[in-house]
Design a protein around this ligand. Structure first.
Ligand SMILES: [Zn+2]
Length: 248
């Protein structure tokens, strides 16, 4: 386990409104202001979530001492990845049907939702995990580019509210009905509300490098088709985490 992002993770509490696709959780939980005794700051940084309740689940206070070392998805089924930017607060991961999504760390499932209210009924479902390993939250918004029954949505969510999960645990599948089907993946603050930073910064360098490389590979695959059809050229490859918005 690697230490180093501890202060950044523990100190962040972003105020603002998330407007990008899938990013905003429906939970209206008010963040709890926590005083951290000076004596504990140097030895054990707090996650700042003392006493926090999410959907009736009490979240334990554990030290934020880890970056995550497990990818939140299985790369095998990925067809495209879209970048984080100022107006897109997560990373989109497109897959074929059956794309497997995994918990990147130890945690507690704090939200399982069918028909999330974004898009037509039957189009989206959502899972959120409070990561006790980092004090933050991973949000998966499954956007299927079509419509399926409640039962099919439920069948593709493999965890229940309140479940304890471990790093690498298979938590759900994307049901993909079209080329725009994807999972919007966000890292949220301790209250599970606002997107914090580009998800990549919370992962180990090995995971971040693999993720970035997969992103480049999928862009090249996409644009190779364009070139064969004489409709475009290879763009320069941007980063997965951006300070400015990228075209598409
Ligand atoms: Zn998105």
């Amino acid at each position: 386990m690697r230490k180093g992002l501890v202060d950044v993770v523990a100190g962040l509490l972003v105020v603002g409104t998330v407007t990008a696709c899938g990013g905003n959780s429906s939970s209206p939980t008010t963040p709890t202001s926590v005083e951290v005794p000076a004596s504990t700051v140097t030895s054990t940084p707090s996650t700042g979530n003392t006493g926090l309740m999410v959907n009736g689940i009490s979240l334990s206070e554990l030290p934020a001492t880890q970056t995550m070392t497990v990818m939140p998805f299985d790369p095998a089924a990925v067809t495209l990845i879209s970048a984080f930017g100022p107006s897109h607060t997560g990373i989109d991961i497109n897959t074929i049907t059956g794309g497997r999504f995994l918990s990147p760390g130890t945690g507690i499932v704090t939200l399982v939702q069918l028909n999330t209210g974004q898009g037509r009924p039957g189009t989206n479902y959502r899972v959120r995990i409070h990561l006790t390993s980092t004090g933050l939250n991973a949000l998966y918004h499954f956007e299927i580019d079509g419509s399926i029954s409640d039962q099919t949505q439920r069948d593709n969510i493999l965890v229940a509210l309140g479940d304890r999960v471990t790093a690498g645990q298979h938590i759900g599948n994307l049901w993909s009905l079209g080329p725009h089907a994807h999972v919007h993946f966000d890292m949220l603050d301790a209250g599970g509300r606002d997107a914090v930073r580009c998800p990549l910064v919370y992962f180990s360098p090995a995971v971040a490098t693999t993720w970035e490389s997969l992103y480049d590979t999928k862009i090249r695959e996409r644009d190779r088709e364009r070139i064969e059809n004489n409709r475009g050229t290879f763009p320069s490859l941007p980063d997965l985490c951006n300070d400015v918005d990228l075209p598409n």
